[in-house]
Design a protein around this ligand. Structure first.
Ligand code: KG4
Ligand code: ZN
Length: 337
């Protein structure tokens, strides 16, 4: 990929779920601003994200978030080289808010529009975290909507190696948390509770899959539900720790297998579940044992943000990949090259 001579500024927009985000990134790796407005407090009382409420809140917040992103970066819209926006996967109504907003900005300011896949954004968070990090490598993206093992051949070239057959790991965290009467979002709550529990107290299942790089968490979820029903007085911290251990075993095991199968000495871990310190530690230990280099973004770049979308947008932009203003939102968008 050729490197442009001048500094390139990309404005990123992300609204695929319950975070309204805008960011300005220089040359794909340097964060000038990264504004995240989280709707978690609004959705918490419903125990999960309510799509209609998410869309409405994006509409209410996106102007302010955008203004703050430009102001913090000390730039205006005319200085941008392109507008990059998430167009899938995600909640369709939520996606449409950011996409329509991005299209309107691009049209009004006569800037190119760049279409970004949300998982590609999570992968590109690694380029912000480490300015020297380059493909090829194996990436594990693990979030509320996805658990994907990807071979990153180049900045915009991916091969999907495997993914979850049912629930995403983050979804399993959120559902297990609900069974344990913990508030939404459950991942961080499980992590807190698990810190005081015994990870070997309950042997929850680690499901085998036909493709060794696929995974499955629905059996684990059912096992947790069944166990809680039969053992009402069992310490919740032990259940949380045992559940987290099972997820960690699956993710770490599959990630190492993926590196071996692809002959890769480099692994990246990103997405919301990569914010889990226990999983970060387990992955770090496993990579040290296996002689692999592990790249994990800081926690703020693991959960949804627009800096990662702007970074992905930069690499598409320098590749000349400009989207039309008829770009649509795709809730089930697959990751393709
Ligand atoms: O990447 P993300 O912000 O949004 C999606 O693309 O889905 O990930 C959100 C997911 C939620 O399921 C949340 O429970 C999980 O990431 N998560 C965690 C932690 N922090 C967020 N899971 C486990 N431990 C955490 N500390
Ligand atoms: Zn995400």
């Amino acid at each position: 990929m050729s490197v442009p001579l001048k500094n390139t500024l990309i404005l990123g927009i992300e609204t695929s779920c319950d975070e309204t985000c805008a960011a300005v990134i220089k040359n794909g790796r340097e964060v000038l601003s990264n504004v995240v407005y989280s709707q978690i407090d609004i959705h918490r009382k419903y125990g999960g994200v309510v799509p209609e409420i998410a869309s409405r809140n994006h509409i209410e917040r996106i102007d302010d978030v955008m203004e703050e992103a430009l102001e913090t970066a000390g730039v205006n819209l005319t200085e941008m080289d392109a507008v990059a926006v998430t167009y899938g996967p995600g909640l369709v109504g939520a996606l449409l808010v950011g996409l329509s907003y991005g299209k309107a900005l691009a049209y009004a300011a006569k800037k190119p529009l760049i279409a970004v896949h949300h998982i590609e954004g999570h992968i590109c968070a690694n380029y912000i975290a480490d300015p020297c990090f380059t493909p090829p490598y194996v990436a594990l993206v693990v979030s509320g909507g996805h658990t994907s093992f990807v071979c990153v051949n180049d900045y915009t070239e991916y091969t999907l190696l495997g993914s979850t057959r049912d629930d995403a790991a983050g979804e399993a965290f959120d559902k297990a948390a609900r069974m344990l009467d913990l508030p939404y979002p459950g991942g961080v709550e499980i992590e807190k509770l698990a810190a005081g529990g015994n990870p070997h107290a309950v042997k929850f299942p680690r499901a085998a899959t036909e493709n060794p790089l696929d995974c499955s968490f629905s059996g684990l979820k059912s096992a947790v539900a069944g166990f809680i029903q039969k053992n009402r007085d069992f310490p919740k911290a032990d259940i949380a720790a045992s559940f987290q251990e099972a997820v960690a075993d699956v993710l770490v095991g599959r990630a190492i297998t993926a590196c071996h199968m692809k002959n890769s000495k480099i692994l990246s871990l990103s997405g919301g579940v990569a914010a889990n310190k226990y999983i970060r530690r387990r992955m770090t230990e496993a990579c040290e044992r296996e002689g692999l280099f592990l790249q994990i973004p800081p926690i703020a770049l693991c959960t949804d943000n627009a800096a990662m979308i702007a970074s992905a947008g930069y690499f598409r932009f320098v590749n000349g990949e400009i989207a039309g203003l008829d770009l649509n939102a795709y809730p089930g968008l697959e990751l393709t090259t």
